[in-house]
Design a protein around this ligand. Structure first.
Ligand SMILES: Cc1cc2nc3c(=O)[nH]c(=O)nc-3n(C[C@H](O)[C@H](O)[C@H](O)COP(=O)(O)OP(=O)(O)OC[C@H]3O[C@@H](n4cnc5c(N)ncnc54)[C@H](O)[C@@H]3O)c2cc1C
Length: 441
């Protein structure tokens, strides 16, 4: 996205990608009449992303999930609907009286966040209750970060909540204030994919970039020339060469970024290398609809860690978007692993598919074996915005000021969601252009 924005602004760019395909974890697969996503299942259709889809000529391929599709959470062995509005929250039987009272106390009272970094779990316990943490926040955290609420930093992982309390003394009042003060047109929250899967976005960008994309090529070393330019050594299976670049944007995961930048300054590696990643297994199963007792009317469900099952949650793909499964069949994608179950991603594909079928079958009244199965294991799926992440990013940013022309992008910086990555990539493109203008002034 960053390369596309720069090319559009007239900059001579080269995008180097180690794998034979672009897109990283965004990977759509059509097989046996099913259309599945091996990584992200859908994305929030932010105004910025929708605008880009218009510009790329793919807006007509966008699909939108039913706005009111209910989400469920597994409580006491049954799938209970998640309350999606403040009145529904107060009416919900998922939440006990003392949690509702804590919410009222937040709305009418005043609190101050502690000075130091605070974990998501400590934040929810301080402001609300253990029950809210277990039943709603924990599962939500699994859904976004596959993370551990006791380790994730509220400031880094959910900055809006931290800022809301800091500015207004109340999460609810603060969030309303942010929504009211937001400039520009009101965003309608939507969940999207494309007719042919999420990869449509990546293909469209890659087509625009044309010969500026080099796949199957790894960046293996970075040096700095005396004139300030970067010498970047590239390697393919059969040869290696070097290019010289005025600006360099590293959009690689932190372990790679750290080791590449260690050649410029060793402290990059000690700052970037230790960022933890959660491993996630993505298990897509197909079933004959007639063999599934549950209506599958909704988005899917999330699982509190206290529920006694290993799966993190399941997305009902074929209920959300057309064309995900052959007629008469359903496609369900389940996530296993994350920061609270380090062993899961070490299971074999067969063990994972057996585990998922065994755990979802009683919940959805599935009467027979799956007709289709696909398992993908991402050993470094999602970066964890754990305690200290904010200080780590500040130190990295400080280091970067000593290397004009060097920029970082990627999902460990401003949020892992596709929309946040796009926003960050475009703001890096703006920074590159601004630095270029300042250099030539
Ligand atoms: C299982 C899963 C489910 C998710 N679900 C959702 C979801 O539903 N909605 C949502 O919005 N987000 C979701 N996300 C998050 C989102 O998809 C990612 O955070 C985002 O796509 C990551 O983009 P990235 O470019 O930072 O990293 P990556 O996609 O990891 O890209 C990094 C790229 O760098 C390349 N590379 C590495 N080393 C080198 C080198 N030396 N030289 C050249 N290239 C190199 C890699 O090959 C890779 O292509 C999910 C992520 C996962 C893994």
């Amino acid at each position: 996205m960053c390369a596309y924005a720069l090319q559009k602004a007239g900059v001579d760019v080269l995008l180097v990608e180690t794998s034979p395909r672009v897109g990283g974890v965004i990977n759509s697969l059509a097989r046996d009449g099913f259309l599945l996503e091996l990584g992200p299942q859908s994305f929030a259709g932010t105004l910025q992303l929708r605008g880009l889809c218009e510009e790329l000529g793919i807006a007509d391929q966008l699909l939108e999930a039913p706005a009111k599709a209910p989400r469920y959470v597994l409580i006491g062995g049954t799938l209970e609907p998640v309350p999606m509005s403040p009145p529904a929250f107060f009416m919900s039987k998922l939440i006990n009286g003392s949690t509702k009272w804590a919410l009222a106390r937040d709305i009418f009272g005043k609190s101050t966040p502690p000075d130091g970094d605070e974990s998501v779990a400590a934040f929810v316990r301080r402001k609300f209750s253990d029950q809210l943490l277990d039943r709603l926040v924990g599962p939500f955290v699994s859904g976004v970060y596959a993370g551990d609420p006791d380790k994730l930093s509220i400031r880094s992982a959910f900055p809006m909540l931290y800022e809301a309390e800091k500015a207004s003394g109340s999460i609810v009042r603060g969030m309303f204030r942010v929504a009211k003060n937001k400039k520009g047109p009101r965003e309608r929250p939507t969940l999207n994919t494309f007719l042919e899967g999420n990869e449509t976005l990546v293909h469209a960008l890659s087509n625009k970039l044309g010969s500026a994309v080099r796949t199957g090529t790894s960046v293996i070393r970075i040096g700095k020339q005396s004139n300030g330019a970067f010498e970047v050594r590239l390697e393919t299976k059969s040869n290696s060469d070097a290019i010289v670049a005025e600006s360099l944007i590293l959009a690689t995961p932190t372990n790679i970024t750290g080791s590449l930048l260690a050649q410029l300054d060793a402290s990059f590696e000690s700052l970037l290398g230790p960022v933890e990643y959660a491993a996630v297994a993505v298990v897509s199963l197909g079933y004959h609809k007639s063999e599934v007792g549950h209506s599958l009317d909704g988005f899917g469900f999330l699982v509190p860690r206290s529920a006694g099952v290993r799966i993190l949650g399941t997305v009902w793909n074929s209920s959300l978007f057309p064309g995900r499964a052959p007629d008469g069949q359903a496609l369900l994608t389940t996530f296993v692993g994350g920061a609270t179950d380090l062993g899961a991603a070490k299971l074999t594909h067969e063990e994972l598919s057996t585990l998922v079928h065994r755990e979802i079958a009683p919940l959805l009244s599935v009467k027979s074996a799956p007709t289709f199965c696909n398992v993908t294991i991402w050993p470094r799926a999602l970066p964890q915005y754990n305690l200290g992440h904010g200080d780590r990013l500040a130190s990295i940013a400080k280091n970067l000021t000593r290397f004009p022309g060097l920029f970082l992008a990627g999902n460990y910086l401003r949020g892992p969601a596709i929309g946040s990555c796009v926003e960050q990539a475009l703001s890096v493109a703006d920074e590159v252009l601004a630095a270029d203008r300042a250099g030539s002034a």
